[in-house]
Design a protein around this ligand. Structure first.
Ligand code: NI
Length: 253
């Protein structure tokens, strides 16, 4: 059985009932939605209220930096306290690929949310794009745990994140032909890896370029099991245990 630790689910993209059924058929029995803007959070709240195996992390993505206010962060805190199925803060972080003219503002929003996670004693989900070193330098100041979502950096950096207490989030990119991520993942221990799709983005091979879905997790598992030379079942057991431990899911049921 598998956990998709990071997906964005919206009624605009999926028939949620059917999606959940297809996931179950593929052994993907637990989903963690990433609600990372107001619309995503509100839609996610409806979904987690309805489906027993679906949880959510909430936080403001760096692309939301210009519209996010301190009141919005108060709202996040209130939601966490009211809703048992919110299991973490994220995705939050730095994105110097899409938005680079507001780095200082991004850092400020990021750190405010890290402080919130500290206060609420919650794990975090990190988005970092073209900001690897800086993300690391900031995270080093806090004693938090979480996932480096959609990891794409070097092996050395992955090891540093693991030392800090983070899991390496692995998704569809691993299945791409000539993916450099394969060399990195080969050297990592399964105890440090969590599975994710980042649906509807980054669909794995052979669906590359199409709309992604949490039901495709087994395609990532297949590649991972070959690289690590272990059974797919073993990949499932280890990565599921990692997700349940990090998010303390049994406490949030
Ligand atoms: Ni995402």
């Amino acid at each position: 059985m598998f956990v998709d630790t990071h997906c964005h689910l919206s009624k605009d993209d999926y028939d949620i009932d059917e999606l959940i059924n297809r996931c179950k058929k593929n052994g993907v029995d637990t989903l963690i939605i990433s609600g990372c803007d107001k619309k995503g959070i509100l839609e996610g709240l409806e979904i987690i209220a309805k489906y027993p195996n679906v949880y959510m992390t909430i936080g403001f993505h760096p692309s939301e930096v210009d519209t996010t206010t301190d009141e919005d962060l108060v709202w996040l805190e209130k939601l966490v306290k009211e809703n048992k199925k919110i299991v973490g803060i994220g995705e939050i972080g730095l994105d110097y690929y899409w938005v680079k003219d507001n780095k200082e503002k991004q850092r400020l929003l990021f750190e405010k949310q890290l402080k919130l996670a500290e206060k609420l004693k919650m794990p975090i989900v990190i988005h970092s794009r073209e900001a690897t070193q800086e993300t690391y330098d900031i995270l080093k100041k806090y004693s938090l745990r979480g996932i480096i979502h959609c990891y794409s950096g070097s092996l050395e950096m992955a090891k540093e994140y693991i030392k800090l207490g983070y899991y390496i989030g692995i998704g569809g990119v691993l299945t791409f032909k000539n993916s450099k991520l394969k060399d990195v993942v080969k050297e990592l221990d399964l105890n440090n890896i969590t599975l994710e799709t980042d649906s509807p983005y980054l669909a794995p091979t052979p669906h590359r370029g199409e709309k992604n879905s949490p039901e495709y997790i087994p395609l990532i598992v297949e590649v991972l099991s070959t690289l690590k030379n272990v059974s797919q079942e073993e990949v499932g057991i280890k990565t599921t245990e990692n997700a349940y431990t990090l998010f303390d899911l049994k406490k949030h049921m």
